[in-house]
Write a protein that binds this ligand. Structure first.
Ligand code: PLP
Length: 833
């Protein structure tokens, strides 16, 4: 065949976004990539064929993007994160490439059921919750804004566990998401870096008497790259996410094989490859496990070497590093990068310490995600010395120099030296990773206004005084592509029919919906969309859980990790109180509710798991009570993940954001729900405050103590018993839970829960906020009964959510931290032969 003809057919087949090209590609991919005939193809085969055809449409854009970054020698942003909670990719890519309609039509014409096919794809669940999902939203925004942004992380073989509910309890199942292969990743066996562990450090002087350090006798593991394209919406830009997988070193194998100990060799190979085996499923607690520290260093080391390899293609010294590289640390999990970059510059490239430190601090920035002490990472010095002996020395040297400056600033103040030191000397010596991250970064950001203020006033107040202006706020956001345009097509289409589709890339355009809140026909259409979404969830609950709920009821939704500070228990106390009211007065009028919970508990978090069991036991009793169940249903939706969120969020009327004020750094679930027209019932915590500021106080339900009042209450000596005695409904609810009303076969089952509240101080002030929460829920019911008014409020929520686009968040990072600029990639095929 004529070469150019073959090329043009190939090109057409490869990139065409019209229905015919898609049909042709699907057939080709099924045959030539999956290796199946249409007769024998399963839905999984059809999913893979669809994934390959979509992927083929990303590749040219991806290459063009990488090439144009290279040619233009742009400043690159590297987002370092131990978690990326990506969810499914197929429809996200189709949407971002903008051929949704043609894709559906093509599959339809081929007689393929798109719903069956897209549900084959497992979620990429390489994250726990909000922090990992934030990283995923940021990648989407960076690509959409044409920013040269790269994600760097770990390719866990097992992601977040799958949650099943058996006899009302959480049972964890391994998430073997790679079992059938991952069509979105490209293995790069040639991109391989050696990562060292353990061993010892030897020091010797060079001819000038300057000390040099060698890290020797190490156990080594190789890091191998896997790349995943990240398409922006409505742009040619396709960025890259590079995840590392652990491989045994060849040396290592040969050593043992030569000794003839074949089995031992294979065993040890497995041991080193365990490094990237599993995601730690703990949200907001740290366990101090050696393997976790090794995971952190493993990916940081490989990523930094990779970044410097890219940087050095152009340069022979490191002077321009901060002008060409910005590294954002997503929490302290990758903070060891600061010591690793110092090691590379000082030990391997022999830069002066001062020069290396200047480069390092201008390169890194750190995002803090929590103020809760149990979530602040520390490692024992003993563990560090064993796993990363040279890094321990470097951290000590960073600390020595830093504390010298502190002492110079505050002569004689030993208290401040103790408080600001990277080493916590009270008890067994520990390394405070947050202190390392702050000292080694040029900017530190909190994730919502209140969170940043508390950070500056409480845990990092010494640092805020010492480094004025270093700590800044950048409020979190969510990508409107996944969380509205893709998750809620019906609402997206309605919005687009009125204001055009510009909002998808520029969420501020949603403001144009504000006048439509007063338009009765728009309200009717909006209500019909919500109704349809609720009916879809009703059908799903019937199908998955065989539970009957009514789309007429108020859908009251709390979906997030199960944690005491998030106060699912406060919601439970409300449910039990409603139940008692109905039982005590069955003939009164009630606003019927369906209270829906979803969320995973960390496998070792006994109390959180007991809360799941309590919700399910209550659901059993309430849903089977012929009187109560007419007005109240309780549902626990198993296995809350990104895909479940996409199904549930569009159907919510009420969004529960009820953490104790001062504990939830930002929250992003609150943003997703409000963007989909749910009204928030919440405390003045995290981004709830800013959501209230945008939508207006008439369109949000705020209750409870403020963060200042929480602190004050605790300082005065909080007495949960006082609230117990003063409030008969509260007392009744607690007594029932504690005495086995919901667990007659085991009356003491939930006593530990009640004891936490009454005997052990109710750390999260549920009892103090109970009455206010009940009153607020009453206001919700009153508002819900005025349907027109409720829909008006819901529309005003959607219309005023523009601030919470992760595009706004990323633009702030780019200007206030990274000093990075967009580069619009174009098709480069013509210029570069
Ligand atoms: C958004 C999201 C979260 C975070 O929810 P919060 O309510 O902010 O805690 C957790 N898990 C998943 C799957 C999410 O999509």
């Amino acid at each position: 065949m004529d070469d150019s003809l073959q090329k043009s057919i190939f090109e057409h087949e490869k990139i065409g976004l019209d229905v015919d090209s898609i049909k042709q590609s699907l057939a080709n991919c099924l045959t030539y990539s999956v290796g199946k005939d249409t007769i024998t193809a399963t839905d999984r085969d059809r999913f893979f064929a669809a994934a390959y055809l979509v992927r083929n449409r990303l590749i040219d854009r991806w290459m063009d993007t990488m090439r144009s970054y290279y040619i233009n020698d742009v400043k690159r942003v590297y987002y370092f994160s131990l978690e990326f909670l990506m969810g499914r990719t197929l429809m996200n890519s189709v949407h971002n490439l903008g051929f949704d309609q043609q894709f559906r039509e093509a599959l339809n014409e081929l007689g393929i059921n798109l719903d069956n096919v897209r549900e084959i794809e497992p979620d990429a669940a390489l994250g726990n919750g909000g922090l990992g999902r934030l990283a995923a939203c940021f990648l989407d925004s960076m690509a959409t804004l044409d920013l040269p942004g790269y994600g760097y992380g770990i390719r866990y073989e097992y992601g977040m566990f799958a949650q099943r509910i058996e006899d009302g309890r959480q049972v964890e199942h391994p998430d073997n998401w790679l079992r059938y292969g991952n069509p979105w990743e490209f293995p790069r066996p040639e991109v391989l870096y050696q990562v060292k562990f353990h061993g010892r450090v030897v020091q010797y002087p060079d001819e000038k008497g300057v000390a040099h350090y060698h890290w020797i006798d190490t156990d080594d593991v190789m890091a191998m790259a896997f790349d995943t394209p990240i398409p922006g919406y409505g742009t040619h830009t396709v960025n890259n996410m590079r995840l590392w997988s652990a491989k045994a070193t060849r040396d290592f194998e040969l050593h043992y094989f030569n000794e003839g100990n074949y089995v031992k060799a294979v065993e040890d190979k497995n041991a080193s490859e365990n490094l990237s085996k599993v995601l730690y499923p703990d949200d907001t607690t740290t366990m101090g496990r050696e393997l976790r520290l090794k995971q952190q260093y493993f990916f940081v080391c490989a990523s930094l070497h990779d970044i410097l390899y890219r940087y050095n293609k152009y340069r022979s010294n490191f002077d321009a590093l901060p002008d060409k590289v910005a590294i954002q640390l997503n929490d302290t999990h990758p903070a060891i990068a600061i010591a690793e970059l110092m090691r590379i510059l000082v030990d391997l490239h022999h830069l002066d310490w001062e020069k290396a430190w200047d480069i390092t601090t201008r390169t890194f920035a750190y995002t803090n995600h929590t103020l809760m002490p149990e979530a602040l990472e520390t490692w024992t010095v003993a563990l560090f010395e064993n796993v990363l002996p040279r890094h321990l020395q470097i951290i000590y040297e960073i600390n020595r120099r830093f504390l010298k400056d502190v002492m110079h600033r505050y002569p004689g103040d030993t208290g401040i030296v103790r408080r600001m030191s990277i080493i916590d000397e009270g008890g067994e010596k520990r390394i405070r990773m947050a202190h390392l991250a702050i000292i080694g970064s040029h900017k530190v950001n909190g994730v919502a206004q209140i969170h940043t203020e508390l950070m500056k006033q409480t845990i990092f107040s010494d640092f805020d005084r010492f480094f004025p202006g270093k700590i800044i706020n950048i409020t979190n956001g969510i990508t409107p592509r996944r969380w509205l345009n893709q998750a809620n097509r019906r609402l997206a289409d309605l919005i687009t029919s009125r204001i055009g589709s510009g909002w998808v890339k520029d969420l501020s355009q949603l403001k144009r919906l504000i006048p439509l809140a007063d338009d009765a026909s728009f309200r009717r259409e909006f209500a019909a969309v919500k109704r349809g979404d609720k009916e879809r969830l009703v059908a799903l609950l019937k199908q998955k859980l065989n539970i009957d709920v009514s789309a007429d009821s108020l859908f009251d939704v709390q979906i997030k990790r199960i944690h005491e500070y998030k106060r699912q228990l406060l919601n439970v106390l409300h449910v039990v109180t409603l139940y008692n009211r109905i039982r005590n007065n069955p003939d009164a009028k009630y606003v019927s509710r369906t209270v829906i919970f979803g969320g995973k508990a960390a496998p070792g978090y006994v109390k959180a798991k007991l809360i799941i069991k309590l919700i399910n036991d209550i659901a059993d009793i309430v849903n089977n009570d012929p009187q109560a169940s007419r007005h109240l249903k309780v549902v626990f939706m198993p296995n809350y993940d990104v895909s479940a969120a996409e199904e549930m969020i569009p159907a919510a009327d009420l969004s529960e954001q009820i953490s104790t004020a001062g504990t939830e750094a930002s929250g992003t679930g609150n943003m997703k729900l409000a963007l989909n027209g749910a009204l928030t019932i919440g405390t003045l915590d995290g981004a709830n405050i800013e959501i209230g500021g945008e939508v207006g106080e008439d369109n949000i339900f705020i209750f409870g103590l403020t963060a200042a009042q929480v602190a004050e209450t605790k300082a005065k000596g909080y007495q949960p018993w006082d609230f117990y005695h003063a409030n008969p409904e509260l007392r009744a609810a607690l007594d029932m839970i504690g005495s086995g009303f919901f667990s007659p076969e085991e009356p003491d089952r939930f006593k530990p829960i009640v004891d936490t509240l009454l005997q052990h101080g109710d750390q999260y002030l549920l009892l103090a906020d109970y009455a206010s929460y009940m009153d607020c829920q009453k206001k919700v019911e009153v508002a819900y009964q005025d349907e027109e008014e409720w829909v008006r409020k819901a529309i005003l929520n959607v219309a005023n959510m523009s601030k919470f686009s992760s595009d706004r968040t990323i633009m702030q990072y780019a200007s206030q931290i990274w000093d990075a600029e967009p580069l619009t990639a174009r098709s480069m095929g013509a210029e570069i032969g």
